[in-house]
Design a protein. Structure first.
Length: 179
């Protein structure tokens, strides 16, 4: 069986909702998200899952972050897993992405916006599957999966160290991906 057929068989069904006008070219963004999350689903053999992805802004994600996590600040991505899926497809949850924070982080990290967005989509998907980064062991496992998936998408390692003048401490990088 070809890699393309395996990827198609293990594809995730995505409903992408654009809730903020900052997301220019939503068609390209949706294609990127489907490719990134589809590759993650194929890599982890979690085909047949269904996810809603919400493209929003910092103001909206800040409200969600405050309401659900008690943290009154914007973040890049939030994941909301559903514990009891119902129906024929396996609805596993929602991923919410904030344009301004993602753009700011991509610029600060000297990364293409599309690469950072794909990384965060994969990161959010892994959270929906129960992966987390609350301790070093779990963080290393989650980061390893992210690297493997992103490598298959020809996206450079998002955790690679950049010259000291341009990087935040490792613990700060991990904290910035909290959601």
């Amino acid at each position: 069986m070809s890699a393309m057929n395996a990827t198609a068989r293990n594809a995730a069904k995505l409903d992408v909702l654009v809730e903020a006008g900052l997301w220019r070219e939503p068609g390209k963004v949706k294609t990127l998200l489907r490719r990134a999350i589809g590759q993650a689903a194929a890599t982890l053999s979690t085909g047949g899952v269904e996810i809603a992805v919400v493209l929003t802004d910092d103001a909206a994600i800040r409200l969600l972050n405050r309401q659900w996590r008690g943290i009154d600040t914007a973040t890049n991505v939030l994941s909301f897993p559903i514990e009891n899926p119902a129906g024929n497809r396996q609805l596993i949850g929602d991923i919410v992405l904030a344009y301004e924070t993602i753009a700011r982080e991509a610029g600060a990290g000297h990364k293409p916006f599309a690469h950072h967005l794909a990384h965060l989509a994969v990161h959010g998907f892994l959270h929906l599957l129960g992966y987390d980064h609350q301790n070093d062991k779990d963080a290393a496992a989650m980061e390893g999966l992210e690297r493997k998936i992103l490598r298959r998408l020809a996206i450079p390692d998002p955790y690679r160290l950049v010259p000291a003048a341009r990087r935040a401490p490792r613990s700060k990088l991990r904290r910035n991906l909290m959601h």
